[in-house]
Design a protein around this ligand. Sequence first.
Ligand SMILES: Nc1nc2c(c(=O)[nH]1)N[C@H]1C(S)=C(S)[C@@H](COP(=O)(O)O)O[C@H]1N2
Ligand SMILES: [Mo]
Length: 360
Amino acid sequence: MRVRVPEFRGAAHDERVTVRIGLWLGVSFGICFLTGLLSHFAQRGSYWPSAPADLYRITQGVHVVSGVASVPLLLAKLWSVYPKLFGRPLVRSLPHALERASILVLSGAAFFEVVTGLFNVAQNYVWGFGFVEAHHTVAWVAIGSVLVHVAVKLPVVRRGLSRLDREPAPVLSRRQFLRSTWLATGVAVVATAGATVPALRDVSVLSWRSARGPQGVPVNRTARAAGVTEVDDTWRLTVGMREFSLAELRALPQSTETLPIACVEGWSQSATWTGVPVADLLRLAGVAPGARVRVSSLEERGAYRTSELPGTHSDDPRTLLALRLNGEVLSPDHGYPCRLIAPSRPGVLQTKWVTRLEVA
Ligand SMILES: Nc1nc2c(c(=O)[nH]1)N[C@H]1C(S)=C(S)[C@@H](COP(=O)(O)O)O[C@H]1N2
Ligand SMILES: [Mo]
C-alpha cells in the first residue's frame, strides 16, 4: 500500500535539519536532566560536598541555562517535524503506533518540564501540585522517552547527519533555519544567564532577580511575607541544651567568608558574611563534630522554615551562623538576627531568622 504524505518542501522540514536540531536538543536536555538530578540530590540527599563553595551555584546555573536553551530548540524541532503529523494513515503498524505514542509522551513531558521550570524561575506557583516532586518525576518520563526516541530514530539520525549542501537549491534556507535556531538559543541564554553569571548581568535584559535587594543581595522571601516582624531583646538562639543572646553571639570569635546564595531558581549572588562558625557553636554546646543538624527559624508557616545541615557542612569551618552581610548588621529581609550560610548549599536551605540548632 502506498502511503500518501502531503509534500512539505520547506527547508525547515528537511530531515537533516530535524536531526541537527534534535541532536542539540538532546545535549541541552541531557545536561539539564543530569544537573537537575544533582540539585535534587543536594536538596534531599544526605551527602553533598561542601567544597568547592561554588559547586551548587554552578550546577544549578547550568541547569537553568540549559533549560532555557531547550525552549527555542524544542520549538524549532517541533516546527521541523510537524508536517509528519499529517502523515496518513495515522497508524501503519504496531511499531509505528508505539513510536507515535512515545513522541506524544516525549513532547508532553518536555513541555511540562520547560513550562513548570520557567514558572518556577519566575516564582509563579500557579498549580495545585508540589513543584519539586512533579518536576523530578516527569524528568524521568522525559529522559526515558528521549532514549526510546533516539534508539528508534537511530537510522534516521545517521542518514540525517549527512552533509547539508549535497543538493544545491534549498541549501541557503536550510542553513538559515539552523542559524536562526542557534541565534534564538544564544539570545535566550545570554538574556537570562546574567541571573547567575556576574559578567553577563548587564546584558541579561530578561534576567530574573538580578536587581539588587537590600545590602546588594536579592531577597526571595521578605521578613514581612514570612511573618517575622518582631525580634526583640528576648530573642535567644538555642543550640542543643545551651542558649545564646544576640549580645553573647556578637561576643564570640567571628569569621568572615565570601559565599554565594545560589537559589534553585537559577539566580545566584556572592556576598561577604560575618558570624560565628556553626562548628564552634556546636562545640560550645557539647555536640560531637560532624553531627547532622536541624536548623529552625522563627517563621511559623512556610516550606523553608527549617532545614537540615549534613555533617559535611556542619563540620566545615566556613559554615556560619551569619550576623552581618557585606559589612552591615543583617537586614530583616536577609534573616536578622541571624541566618545560616554554608558553602555549596542550595539557597532554599540557607535558613533565615534562625532560632534553634539541634542534632537531627
Ligand atoms: N526561614 C526561611 N529561610 C529561607 C527562605 C524562607 O522562605 N524562609 N527562603 C530561602 C530561599 S528559597 C533562598 S534562595 C534564600 C535567599 O536568601 P536571601 O533572601 O537573603 O537572598 O533564603 C532561604 N532561606
Ligand atoms: Mo531559593
